[in-house]
Design a protein around this ligand. Sequence first.
Ligand code: AMP
Length: 175
Amino acid sequence: MQSLERLIRTIPDYPKAGIMFRDITTLLGDAKGLKKAIQAMSEPYGDEKIDAVAGIEARGFILGGAIADRLACGFIPIRKKGKLPWKTIGQEYALEYGVDIIEMHEDAVGKGQRILIVDDLIATGGTAEAAVKLIRRSGGDVVGATFIVDLPELGGIKRLASTASKPRAGRVRGH
Ligand code: AMP
């Protein structure tokens, strides 16, 4: 994971003052780096039965599609409110200021289906926790959650671990 860290660009004060934005487009653009990231994120789940990867908009789509292909399972998009074309269920989650909503198609996850959540980065864990709730509300079983970047001081992995969804993240750290 150390070599992946070098491929991630840090942009200070984006999108607002005080945020160190971890930009993975530089990693995505590197053939070896992308392959390594997909491999590292898929490998721990190679022996598990996974029915679908649930990718969180938007970078979770890029990684999640490739991981689903590796695991030979389906892909489910989890999107910001108002983007999905069919009937949806939504889940609110807290942002630093205010709230946001993510949505999933109401028929995307079948009862008892085993789902792996994918996103590029976990910060407070609010987004991933909302994804866990959506999947469980549909009767799905969250097998795990995988990310490239963890910002450990924001406590997301701990928060997710307390929901028993076995999160894994790379050793890329940020502030
Ligand atoms: P959170 O819900 O706090 O865990 O935030 C995770 C979501 O916000 C992910 O979809 C990330 O892509 C995005 N995000 C949060 N903080 C950052 C950051 N410092 N750099 C890049 N993306 C971030």
